[in-house]
Write a protein that binds this ligand. Sequence first.
Ligand code: FAD
Length: 301
Amino acid sequence: MNYDVVIIGGGPSGLTAGIYASRAGLSVAIVEMRFAGGQITSAENVENYPSFNQISGVDLAMKMLEQAESCGAVMIYDKVAATDFSNDDKVITLASGSKLNCRAVILAMGAEARKIGLDNEDKFIGRGVSYCALCDGALYKGKRVIVVGGGNTAIGDAVYINKFASKVYLVHRREEFRATKVELDRLHNSTIEVITDSVISVIHGDKMVEGVSIKNVKNDEIKKIDLDGIFVAIGQVPQSQDIGKDVLRDKSGYVVGSEDCTTNISGVFVAGDVRTKHVRQVVTATSDGAVAAEMAVLHLS
Ligand SMILES: Cc1cc2nc3c(=O)[nH]c(=O)nc-3n(C[C@H](O)[C@H](O)[C@H](O)COP(=O)(O)OP(=O)(O)OC[C@H]3O[C@@H](n4cnc5c(N)ncnc54)[C@H](O)[C@@H]3O)c2cc1C
């Protein structure tokens, strides 16, 4: 099939790119390997996307999908398995074996939070387990929370949540934190209780998180803590593994792209969480989607 633009990923950035590119009169396909909406569909409540005081992640995603389709974007539910961006005519191979040809591509594959890896972790996502302090921190006003991680993000998250929560623990598997002096000073000047050389070994709870067991990795000692929330800050994994090696990534795998969403390859643009940037939120993903689509329009004209 031939399209003017193929967008890889049907999360907020891909759907927004679909809205803009379709409204500009281009033929657009959005390839999504799971379900439209991306990561935000895991959020029980979104309270920081302008125009909705509160909306469920699924409802927000469905509104974006509806709008993209009503503008003319075609959803293709399949996985992009390989790409060939070596010519002006770009070729995208899907896991089903079909091929899509287009003249511009928008990479919008997003990122996934790195998980702790506990058996019941998935069950508690949105029910006490969160991977985004900026998104969910304010929901824990007056509650007890543990943050997992040992880098700048984990410390920043713990300090941020400590503004709302009644008690914040920070658990790290090593003795030393891998953070800047500024972050460490903020941590040491706070009321956050630091637990080093330890990992969460069990999440307790029925429908919602009620507590965790913490295991000391040096002496195997276990202690139980009653809690309402677990914030995991052990990194993100950009979903850039399915595209060709010729697209430039940074050392973590994020596609290198500036504010204009261009990449190192002419006609290939990048939008949303998979792009190198600091703030990964719905509002920044949708913003990228608009910019990438407009840049694709410019490229095609
Ligand atoms: C639990 C949770 C709560 C959050 N809460 C908030 C919040 O309250 N407010 C806020 O602003 N942000 C929140 N976020 C962050 C927000 O969801 C992301 O910043 C946003 O979804 C990024 O959009 P995106 O389109 O760039 O990527 P994604 O949402 O990650 O979408 C990328 C899509 O690409 C698809 N894809 C990947 N690879 C392929 C492939 N090879 N072929 C086909 N499809 C592919 C994926 O299946 C996915 O659907 C939250 C995130 C999580 C996980």
